[in-house]
Write a protein that binds this ligand. Structure first.
Ligand SMILES: Nc1nc2c(c(=O)[nH]1)N[C@H]1C(S)=C(S)[C@@H](COP(=O)(O)OP(=O)(O)OC[C@H]3O[C@@H](n4cnc5c(N)ncnc54)[C@H](O)[C@@H]3O)O[C@H]1N2
Ligand code: MOO
Length: 394
């Protein structure tokens, strides 16, 4: 059995190859940019008015004669003389010779003349060419996470296709004779299968949409066959259940028969002790304990970082934060604990139902409190590390 630190070290030092593809920007949300982006145009590409008002050649005078109008989207060339004003609107082209736009609130208009009640500084309210970025300038670096602001920025530059790092395809294989699909009343001794949809939703939240679910009964033959099929589909395989030591736990043996090499098995932690991790060529396999809270905890702590590494996320672990423990806590297990908990305003409460079979309080947790294996007692108000579960990755 290895420690949590050792297991995380193996995850951190596992090399993962990246794969690049070209996508439309509208399909790039949450991905990591795989190329440097230089601006193809100046932004703005012409001198724009930042206000609705009047364009003038700045002077000490307050009276100007309105000669023309410039609307957004118009390309007409207007030449302005001193003491003339052009009625102008936000985003419209500022006439060649004008250097200042006076906002309309600072003007009294009388027919075709204006009297400026508050003269701005020379150059005010004119966005110069290339004010935001110049053509040819490096504007987004390879490795940038694409959020909606970045995508909007690229769209404004007229860029519609970019190179991103692919996210993996994932197979989810659920094992167990007791598993029943939805739609019929529960049979005696059966349970509704819940890990596959839970894992699929977790994958979706972190941007992984290509997920295929497989099932296997508790026989070596069926498990071996299902693993082979699941490996044919995914870059990653997540197996649920059948990894403990019972007579009908065949996952470990079936992985061996499929030539998946073990990188670790069993971690001194609760939940999730029997977690298994291995590799076959460039494919990664996690055999998650079947208990739902164990499977999800192992997903957050070990699986998600490697999935994010595949997609070239620079920070691939879920964010950690310190918080003050609301009540005392005893750890008599000698294991590292990941506790379902709720954190608000820097104070964290450990929730009831910590058993690994229970999701009832996981459903309302926003953090997992980590208690190291060598810590036996924590007083109220002591600082603890919380793995943050909300959000969509960093
Ligand atoms: N003698 C020992 N027994 C067990 C040990 C041990 O060290 N010695 N470890 C326990 C721990 S800790 C865990 S965790 C479990 C892990 O067992 P498996 O990974 O083999 O999982 P299963 O036995 O198949 O299932 C465990 C539990 O979870 C339920 N389950 C399974 N799959 C699903 C699913 N898709 N959806 C919902 N629930 C599922 C299953 O019915 C069981 O109740 O082993 C302990 N035993
Ligand atoms: O380690 Mo198991 O995951 O406690 O139930």
């Amino acid at each position: 059995m290895i420690s949590v630190q050792q297991a995380l070290h193996i995850i951190d030092t596992t090399l993962v190859a990246h794969h690049i593809k070209e996508v439309n920007i509208a399909k790039s949300l949450g991905y990591i940019l795989a190329e440097d982006i230089s601006a193809p145009i100046n932004m703005p590409s012409f001198r724009q008015s930042a206000m609705d008002g009047y364009a003038i050649i700045w002077s000490e005078d307050s009276y100007y004669k309105i000669t023309e109008e410039s609307k957004a989207g118009e390309a007409k060339q207007i030449t302005l003389q001193p003491l003339e004003a052009v009625r102008i609107f936000t985003g419209a082209k500022v006439p060649e010779t004008a250097d200042t736009v006076v906002m309309q609130e600072h003007v009294v208009r009388d027919g075709n003349t204006i009297s400026i009640t508050k003269m701005p500084r020379q150059g005010a309210n004119v966005r110069p060419i290339g004010e935001q970025v110049h053509a040819g300038e490096l504007v987004l670096k390879k490795g940038t996470r694409l959020n909606e602001a970045a995508i909007g920025f690229l769209a404004g530059l007229g860029i519609s296709t970019i190179a991103i790092y692919k996210s993996p395809k994932v197979s989810v294989l659920v094992t167990g004779n007791e598993l029943q699909q939805h739609g019929k009343p529960l049979k005696e001794g059966a349970i509704y299968e819940s890990n596959s949809v839970m894992l699929r939703m977790a994958l979706h939240r972190f941007g992984i949409k290509k997920v295929k679910t497989f099932t296997a009964k508790d026989t070596l033959k069926a498990t071996k066959k299902a693993i082979k099929k699941a490996l044919d589909y995914g870059d990653f395989l997540l197996i649920s259940g059948g990894i403990s030591v019972g007579d009908y736990d065949f996952v470990k043996e079936a992985l061996d028969l499929n030539h998946v090499d073990e990188l670790f098995y069993k971690i001194n932690q609760k939940p999730g002790k029997p977690l298994w991790f291995g590799k076959k060529d460039q494919q990664f396999v996690f055999a998650l304990p079947g208990n739902p809270a164990s499977a999800l905890t192992c997903f957050y702590v070990y699986v998600l970082p490697l999935l994010k590494k595949y997609a070239a996320y620079p920070d691939y672990h879920l964010p950690r934060a310190q918080a003050k423990l609301h009540s005392e806590f005893k750890n008599t297990t000698g294991k590292t604990l990941f506790l379902k908990a709720y954190c608000k305003n820097g104070s964290v409460s450990v929730l009831p139902s910590q058993q690994s079979s229970m999701l009832n309080t996981f459903a309302t947790s926003n953090v997992l409190v980590t208690i190291p294996e060598d810590v036996t007692y924590l007083e109220p108000q002591e600082q603890v590390t919380c793995i943050q579960l909300d959000g969509y990755g960093n």
